[in-house]
Design a protein around this ligand. Sequence first.
Ligand code: 5RP
Length: 269
Amino acid sequence: MGWGMKNRLSGIFNPKSGKTVMLAVDHGYFQGPTTGLKKPRETITQLLPYSDCLFVTRGILRNCVSPAISTPIFLRVSGGPSVLGELSNEDLTTSMKEALRLNASGVGMSIFVGEKNEDRTISSLGRLVNEAEEYGMPVLAITAVGKEMARDARYLGLACRIAAEIGAHMVKTYYCEEDFEKVVEGCPVPIVIAGGKKIPEKDALQMAFSAISKGAAGVDMGRNIFQSEHPAAMIQAIRAVVHENYSVDEAFELFNKLKGQKVVDRVVE
Ligand code: 5RP
């Protein structure tokens, strides 16, 4: 791994805990103005101070995020179908030149293992890694986003391992209750978990806690943060689990304490 690649990755992972809390706000690229992201600038502004990295499309980055921020950016570079279409029919949408122009710390794309366009999306990942490595740009592969996939360790393990074999430097996938540690063991690059559909806050904290305990390198979480009634409190509670080894009860107590507090906008405009 060259210096540029290492430098970009080290900006994402907290030097003390070695883990990361990435904030995923890319959902609009196929879902449109989804709940919690109807006004992306407002959502992002209040959560950015607690995010180690922002996972976002170039459109939202350019229009809704101040260029004065110092938070590292992971750029979603794939897309194509809307939520009304065949989700696996994604292609690369954003060039490496654009990622460099936007000063991205990494690029991310989805692969659709077990779905209609499995082979094409996996080959695209290979091409993206080839190009990204010329510039020291980390690639995050996103797996298991398909509609009806059984998200068990066997399937997640297959998808994550394939992503790593093709050359992804990080993998984002879902958590599964049973044998998640085997998914991690079988994947030689760091795994971050997506949160999935909104669930009660304590359950989402439990999911983050279990994933970290079983070897995840962090979270790249969206809806369970920005769809919470108290998103700033929720992301801080998630941080406590990921970076400070809080138990679920301690983190939930923190959430309840923080949710009563006024959100202070600390982002440079
Ligand atoms: C969608 C994505 C999202 O970034 C990912 O699913 C994380 O968000 P959430 O925690 O809401 O699942 O890649 O394709």
